[in-house]
Design a binder for this molecule. Structure first.
Ligand SMILES: [Zn+2]
Length: 143
């Protein structure tokens, strides 16, 4: 429900609504990285922690991941992040990106997988953060 000034014409009203919608969209764009920014970030993380061996083709936000924080398709290098990560600290989003990047190299969660992530300084802290979120609101895991 929005209240408008008493005497507005239909055209005024439409202009005003369009402006408000644009404002909301602009602030939403500001509060989360775009897919292009996520992809650039993933390339940086791969260079820094994985010697550039993981080469993400694209990273995008998705809505339809209720039980996972991220997923990837190694054959085409695509990575998807759950929109539930929006607003979480950057080191947590970096961890999920790095986790999926490591899966482009190593499937599963064996010792070889965790060795890929060992260089990430805030690994345990990020995992702890997500475990805390899971405890607070249901089950999920970066896979
Ligand atoms: Zn995983």
């Amino acid at each position: 429900m929005v209240s408008l000034p008493a005497r507005t014409t239909r055209a005024d009203e439409e202009r005003w609504v369009a402006e408000m919608v644009e404002r909301v969209l602009a602030s939403e764009r500001k509060s989360r990285p775009t897919d292009t920014e996520l992809t650039e970030r993933a390339v940086q993380l791969s260079a820094r922690y994985l010697g550039g061996r993981a080469t993400p083709a694209s990273v995008r936000w998705v809505d339809n991941m209720a039980s996972r924080w991220g997923s990837c398709t190694p054959i085409d290098g695509t990575i998807r992040l759950s929109r539930r990560l929006v607003g979480m600290p950057a080191y947590v989003i970096d961890y999920v990106l790095l986790h999926e990047l490591a899966h482009l190299l190593v499937p599963g969660h064996g010792p070889a997988f965790w060795r890929e992530l060992a260089g990430y300084e805030r690994l345990e802290r990020a995992k702890g953060f997500l475990e805390g979120v899971d405890l607070a609101g249901g089950q999920s895991e970066a896979r």
